[in-house]
Design a binder for this molecule. Structure first.
Ligand code: 13P
Ligand code: SF4
Length: 323
């Protein structure tokens, strides 16, 4: 029946997870977005936590925070639309000052980015003189500007060890810092920020999952509490989790992370059974087909970085990408 749709090729990609009747409510927006992308010379960068109709239906580049930052540098387009949260759009803008960067809903924030300010960093630096500051990309441009280098969940250990110092301040995610600390000799001073999605998982939940789903392979995101990561079989960024499933093809897997991850990877791995003890990110879920369409129609909202933060924030991101 997909031939009856205005965007039949897009539907073919998601037909295993979206019934035709549901796609009928999306088809017109998808077709309009595909047309607008051509007219505007726009590309859509989508994070792994976006819903399948965005991830498989309209996105040009998908991935984890690190991949999206890396690809943002290579993009050949006039407009970048970020289907993800605000700090990701800011990172894309930092790397593409001459391009228009759009975010469909400026309220798509992040509990980690909200947990720390440049004033907090000044206080940390005063308490720990000379200790470099590693900022997770899940931070505002102002916080990046006050830091020495950025990291993502995909490269945190490498970044920390690249500095060649015995101690670093790593912020704002306390659990990511603790999970990296278990894997390195570098001493890590953490901040008490948490991801509101990953902090809700518990080790008991993981044990129950194993008992109720024999043989399940459990992959946990490193923003989860350390006891959850310890109870899992493997931990890695969203891209590393996707790669694990695609290459190893476990019979049964549980991704301890945001809900859309399993939906998106399931499309590409039909033989893998996904057990879904997931949590939703309300910020990621602010982005939808309607506001992507309207962002491209009206060229709003354009992401701008305050002048005073631009150069130092870009330096912190570029130092990370150089590793
Ligand atoms: P990664 O995709 O970099 O693993 O990050 C997860 C996340 O929480 C982004 O908001
Ligand atoms: Fe932030 Fe967590 Fe949502 Fe990612 S999943 S955007 S870290 S609140």
């Amino acid at each position: 029946m997909s031939h009856a749709f205005a965007a039949p090729l897009a539907y073919e990609r998601v037909a295993s997870v979206i019934p035709p009747a549901e796609w009928a409510t999306m088809d017109d927006d998808v077709a309009a977005i595909l047309r607008l992308k051509r007219e505007r010379r726009a590309v859509i960068l989508a994070h792994n936590y976006q819903t399948p109709e965005i991830f498989h239906g309209v996105a040009d580049i998908v991935g984890d925070s690190l991949a999206l930052a890396r690809e943002a540098v290579r993009v050949d387009a006039d407009v970048i639309l970020l289907a993800g949260v605000h700090f990701m759009a800011e990172t894309a803008k930092l790397l593409n000052p001459e391009k228009t960067v759009l975010i469909p809903d400026t309220r798509a924030g992040c509990s980690l980015a909200e947990s720390i300010t440049p004033a907090d960093i000044a206080l940390l630096r005063a308490t720990h003189p000379g200790v470099p500051v590693v900022a997770y990309v899940n931070t505002s441009a102002a916080v990046k500007a006050a830091s020495d280098i950025c990291c993502t969940s995909g490269n945190a250990k490498r970044v920390v060890e690249s500095l060649g110092v015995p101690r670093v301040i790593m912020l704002p995610d306390e659990y990511l810092a603790q999970n990296v600390a278990r894997e390195t000799d570098v001493q890590i001073i953490a901040w008490a920020g948490h991801c509101e999605v990953h902090e809700r998982f518990t080790a008991d939940e993981i044990h129950e999952l194993r008992a109720s789903h024999p043989g399940v392979i459990i992959l946990a995101h490193p923003e989860c509490p350390p006891d959850v990561v310890a109870a899992a079989d493997f931990s890695g960024s969203t891209a590393v989790m996707a790669d694990y499933v695609t290459t190893k093809q476990p019979a049964r897997v549980a991704l301890i992370t945001e809900c859309s991850m399993s939906d998106n990877i399931a499309v590409l791995n039909p033989r893998v059974e996904f057990v879904r003890p997931c949590n939703l990110c309300p910020h990621m879920k602010r982005i939808n087909l309607k506001n992507i369409r309207s962002a491209l129609e009206n060229m709003e909202t354009q992401v701008e970085i305050p002048m005073e933060y631009f150069a130092p924030a870009r330096r912190a991101v570029e130092r990370m990408l150089a590793i």
